[in-house]
Design a protein around this ligand. Structure first.
Ligand SMILES: Cc1cc2nc3c(=O)[nH]c(=O)nc-3n(C[C@H](O)[C@H](O)[C@H](O)COP(=O)(O)OP(=O)(O)OC[C@H]3O[C@@H](n4cnc5c(N)ncnc54)[C@H](O)[C@@H]3O)c2cc1C
Ligand code: FES
Length: 430
């Protein structure tokens, strides 16, 4: 073998060694690359920090909260105790425990209970079934539910009419030891915990109740979300659970309390008893919230809802980040839906098949519930806000438009009369 051949063999061996080393290196790097790709695929490499949302009472999904553990129809509860909450003695909390002593199903904070009451009709003096919804005002607990109810008087301009039936019944006749028929917690207005955004809760007057439930739930759990509460009342006599709210604010750095008195009493000291001498409105939110994305939850009187919800949208808040609930008869147009205009020249005929009546309807006749009542058609009703499901009626022919999203579940082929108007001629099973 010549020296040249020997050199070539050595060179070839070196090249083979180098190639093997390079190939092994490439193979290892490919493995690392694939691993990185897989981790990135599972979002381990996303740039924003992940927030794990732990369960509040126990690990439970939204569906479980209202189906698996809940009960069908009405169940008997006993009033364990009642507490007057405000300086005017207008708002009373009722603590309810189940008569069967079973552990209570959890619920999603923001949801409500539906009550079936038997009340003596002030006009006929006969017992009358009255159905009303009340938001749960505390975090889910295994042993009691709490609702906080405001006494409703007759409207200032109609002293001739009866004061609110259910609320006055609660205040005047529901005592410790009273028994009540209660439907399981329900409602689509509740804390959304799938997206851990900071939360802005806005409660006006008695609209504070679902906010208290959401607030207590978030702060008692280790859900690490920033929470702002804007609570609007006229003055210190109307505010409820102030001490509790102030204790929470002192204890939790992630809770920012903004008490707003629109017409403070002389004895209410700004900066001590309350923070803003103002209504809760967009200017206040703009002045006190940093520019970032939030989830907004709103519940309050009609004027507040009518200015705040569109105001938030005008401010640039995505509709998907605004959740709201109205306690009264449907006042707010939800999801940009509007009641149908009287564009059609054709009169609309509503046929009530059971009653054997066919009557002309026009948009001034209001909802199908109002129309039925005006024409003495017997229909059930409760909340008049699409929440309790009482007015659910089968549609035999035709279809309806909803002026807001129903909160109660509606069976196929049925509608909620209280929040619907006819799309055209319609036959109802009523
Ligand atoms: C989802 C949901 C959650 C709710 N949560 C709460 C809560 O947490 N706390 C709370 O306090 N409330 C809550 N509400 C409101 C509650 O359900 C009742 O609507 C409220 O208590 C009034 O009911 P009422 O039976 O006392 O009054 P109603 O008898 O329904 O009367 C309401 C008003 O109408 C007036 N009125 C009566 N008859 C006439 C007439 N012929 N003409 C004109 N006016 C008349 C009454 O004087 C009264 O001012 C909630 C409502 C909903 C839908
Ligand atoms: S009256 Fe309650 S849903 Fe219509």
């Amino acid at each position: 073998m010549t020296t040249g051949n020997l050199a070539l063999i050595i060179l070839a061996a070196i090249l083979i060694q180098v190639a093997v080393v390079v190939l092994i290196g490439l193979y290892r790097r490919r493995g690392q690359y694939l691993e990185l790709g897989e981790r990135a695929g599972t979002k381990e490499y996303i740039s924003t920090p992940q927030v794990t949302i732990p369960p509040v009472v126990e690990s439970i999904t939204s569906e479980q909260a209202t189906t698996d553990l809940a009960w069908d129809g009405f169940k008997e509860f006993i009033v364990q105790h009642r507490v007057m909450e405000d300086g005017n003695n207008d708002i009373c909390s009722f603590y309810l425990v189940p008569v069967d002593g079973k552990q209570l199903p959890t619920f999603r904070p923001g949801q409500f209970l539906t009550f079936k009451l038997s009340i003596l009709d002030p006009v006929t003096h006969q017992p009358k079934t009255v159905v009303r919804c009340y938001s749960l005002s505390d975090a889910p607990r295994p042993d009691y539910y709490r609702v906080s109810i405001k006494r409703v008087s007759a409207p200032a301009d109609r002293p001739d009419v009866q004061p609110g039936l259910s609320s006055n019944f609660f205040h005047d006749h529901v005592e410790e030891g009273s028994r009540l028929q209660v439907k399981a917690p329900s409602g689509h207005f509740h804390l959304m915990d799938d997206d851990p955004l900071p939360i802005v809760l806005i409660g006006g007057g008695i609209g504070i109740t679902p906010m208290l439930s959401i607030l207590n739930t978030v702060l008692e759990s280790d859900i690490n979300r920033e929470v702002w509460l804007y609570y609007g009342v006229r003055n210190g006599d109307e505010v409820i659970m102030k001490e509790h709210l102030q204790t929470l604010a002192n204890r939790h750095d992630n809770f920012h309390l903004h008490l707003c008195y629109s017409i403070p009493n002389e004895s209410d000291a700004e900066g001590v008893d309350y923070r803003h001498s103002d209504r809760v409105g967009i200017p206040l939110l703009r002045a006190t919230l940093k520019l970032m994305r939030y989830q907004f939850y709103v519940c309050g009187p009609k004027p507040m809802m009518e200015s705040l919800v569109p105001g938030l949208k005008d401010w640039g808040v995505d509709s998907g980040d605004i959740y709201y609930e109205s306690f009264g008869p449907a006042t707010l147009i939800k999801h940009e839906k509007s009641a149908p205009e009287a564009t059609t020249a054709e009169p609309i005929t509503i046929t009530f098949s059971k009653s054997g009546k066919s009557l002309p309807w026009d948009p001034s006749s209001g909802s199908l519930l109002e129309f039925a009542e005006t024409n003495n058609i017997e229909v059930e009703s409760g909340c008049r806000a699409g929440s309790c499901g009482c007015c659910q009626t089968a549609i035999k022919v035709g279809d309806v438009d909803y002026n807001q999203e129903p909160d109660a579940d509606v069976a196929s082929g049925h509608c909620l009369l209280c929040i619907s108007t006819p799309k055209g001629d319609i036959t109802l099973d009523a």
